[in-house]
Design a binder for this molecule. Structure first.
Ligand SMILES: Nc1ncnc2c1ncn2[C@@H]1O[C@H](COP(=O)(O)OP(=O)(O)OP(=O)(O)O)[C@@H](O)[C@H]1O
Ligand SMILES: [Mg+2]
Length: 373
């Protein structure tokens, strides 16, 4: 029996769904149906029960139903180890801003993110190992964010201060007080980012190691950066901040010349490899890369479950079985059944999920609606 689950979900005017309603128990949920039926849209709606733009990174305007002026809304009943909560979010038609409610009171997306943790995997992440560094770093920061909900704020505040500093440098401003004020902000938020990321790498490594019987590869993870400061578990955040501050002050001239900030935590990269094959993830086959990614997602879900500050996460897996062979599909389902958070899976064919037997709730999604199957 899962400790974290959605036991009711209702979407209004959300993308292709004018109205979609689910009455659930805490077991895993499988959504199957033809291409374009609206399966991913449902996972995307769940992913908006968190701060940010959800698993497609869409704007709040984009997720509203096209050709309708009705504002979209998502409401859910949540079962958590601490009790039951009624949560909701949607667009306020008047202000065009997102509203969040928890147990009938106005709240914030941040509060929702602290209450309900989520882990997700989408087909767009399939190219994460061979794609651009910035996309990979954003993917990793999302993993960090489910363990440290304030990480997102640290990243956005760091980037804002960095843009401000770069603007001053581009304009040739030499106001040292202004520059160093912004650099102090960058150093403070940047140190936070470095420490959070380092913690998450350690936790992911230990979760990967803990399942050396897994059918998914034992990935090796490392966060590479231009920083030559070795952060250990004993490094104080103030030390990191002081070191960053010195670095920013020393690179004003070269950053001014380059027109961008050449060093700092925004330049980090996540390096993933498969040590048993002595292969960087980017050189693995499509199916192997998917297996590495699924393994990393499961390790992430276990790391969130093990975190004493959080409840087990909801696990949203869009098309996760697509490139997996039959043994790995069965292994994925076995591992999901051992986690304490409800998993939501999509696929075009119900047969991809036979290993669940009667341990999951199946729904067929079609243009005409959603039917329990
Ligand atoms: N804002 C919107 N308003 C109305 N319909 C939309 C909106 N955005 C997307 N759609 C439509 O929603 C439909 C379902 O999309 P979705 O991605 O959920 O399909 P899916 O079931 O996941 O399909 P696949 O198996 O191909 O991944 C698509 O036909 C898409 O064009
Ligand atoms: Mg889809």
């Amino acid at each position: 029996m899962n400790e974290t689950a959605l036991v009711r979900l209702k979407l209004h005017w959300f993308r292709s769904h004018e109205l979609a309603e689910f009455e659930l128990i805490s077991e895993p949920v499988v959504l199957f149906g033809a291409n374009g039926a609206g399966k991913t849209n449902i996972l995307e709606a769940i992913s908006l029960l968190a701060p940010g733009r959800g698993l497609r990174r869409a704007t709040y305007q984009e997720v509203g139903q096209r050709n309708s002026d009705q504002p979209w809304a998502i409401n859910a009943e949540l079962k958590l180890p601490d009790g039951d909560f009624s949560v909701g979010t949607g667009l306020d038609g008047q202000s065009n801003r997102r509203l969040v409610r928890i147990d009938g009171s106005n709240s914030t997306a941040g509060a929702l993110g602290r209450l309900l943790r989520q882990v997700w995997l989408t087909p767009a992440q399939d190219r994460i190992f061979s794609g651009p560094r910035g996309t990979r770093l954003r993917f990793f920061d999302r993993l960090v964010f489910s363990l440290f909900p304030d990480h997102g704020k640290a990243v956005s505040s760091y980037e804002k201060a960095m843009r401000g500093r770069q603007k001053l440098l581009d304009e040739g401003s030499s106001d040292p007080a202004w520059l160093s004020g912004l650099e102090q902000q960058m150093a403070g938020f940047g140190a936070n980012m470095i420490i959070n990321r380092d913690q998450v790498i350690l936790r992911l490594r230990s979760q990967v190691k803990a399942r050396n019987d897994s059918a998914f590869p034992q990935a090796e993870l490392e966060l590479q950066s231009d920083a030559d400061l070795a952060v250990t578990s004993k490094t104080e955040i103030t030390e990191v901040a002081a070191w960053l501050l010195d670095g920013f002050a020393a690179t004003r001239n070269i950053d001014a010349k380059a027109g961008r900030t050449l060093s700092g935590p925004h330049r980090a990269d996540l390096a993933v490899s498969w040590p048993a094959k002595q292969m960087p993830a980017s050189d693995c086959s499509t199916g192997e890369q998917k297996a590495l990614l699924v393994g990393l997602t499961l390790a992430h879900a276990r790391a969130v479950t093990a975190d004493s500050n959080s409840s087990p996460p909801l696990i949203l897996l869009d098309e996760a079985c697509a490139h997996l062979d039959v043994d790995r599909r069965a292994a994925l389902i076995d591992e999901l059944c051992q986690l304490k958070g409800q998993a939501w899976l999509t696929g075009t064919d119900r047969n991809l999920f036979t290993k669940f037997a009667n341990k999951a709730q199946f729904f067929e999604v079609s243009e005409t609606g959603i039917t329990r199957a």
